[in-house]
Design a protein around this ligand. Sequence first.
Ligand code: HEC
Ligand code: HEC
Length: 169
Amino acid sequence: MWVAGGVALLIYILTTPKNIVLANSNIEIDYQKEHKEFYDECISCHTLYPPFLLPKASWVKMMDNLEDHFGDDASLEDDVKESIKAYLVENAAETSTKESAYKGLKSIGDKDIIAYTDSEFWKKRHEEIDKEIFKAKNIKSKANCKACHLNIEKGIIEDENIKIPKQEN
Ligand code: HEC
Ligand code: HEC
């Protein structure tokens, strides 16, 4: 019976594209379709950071202080702000089984962090990259994830499509 169960599970995994075992890490998410305001507002200055990167508390703190957002004024109308905040909280790290979500969450814990790049997990995973690379003209910042994580704006960060571009100085 166990063998039959195993075979059935294997067939399920291999034949169901959205199966619960593999679903989480490499299914593309269409954020523009999921929440248009989040997409439009939060992609205008930088990479669209997937909601599962940060814990609920970090999103709330960030969204309640958009007037001083990393030195920029990113403030929004109240109703738009509340709607984006709710979407981020609903899809925060606590709700995801992606490696970048649960390892990020574990490393952020209850520290007062609103940047994923401030987490120990992010630092550890990028410590072998020469600091000069982040200063290159075509990368500019460590927060410019999409320069190297080609599909991050579709919610795909891990393993595939990571490529450090040739530096332009
Ligand atoms: C007016 C421009 C602007 C807008 C609009 C904006 N941001 Fe930012 N954001 C910034 C800047 C500048 C930084 C710092 C980037 C850096 O360190 O290079 C930043 C950083 C961040 C970071 C931290 C990235 C890291 O280092 O891990 C997050 C998360 C973030 N923004 C989320 C959002 C969300 C969510 C929205 C939409 C509500 C948004 N931003 C809209 C300018 C903006
Ligand atoms: C200059 C290129 C570059 C930038 C910019 C960059 N990363 Fe990475 N990132 C990498 C590389 C290369 C790896 C793979 C490291 C390894 O092999 O362990 C990586 C690994 C990761 C991992 C671990 C996943 C895995 O499969 O090992 C996460 C999560 C991640 N990055 C998130 C981010 C986020 C979020 C940002 C922006 C806030 C970002 N990175 C910015 C190059 C970059």
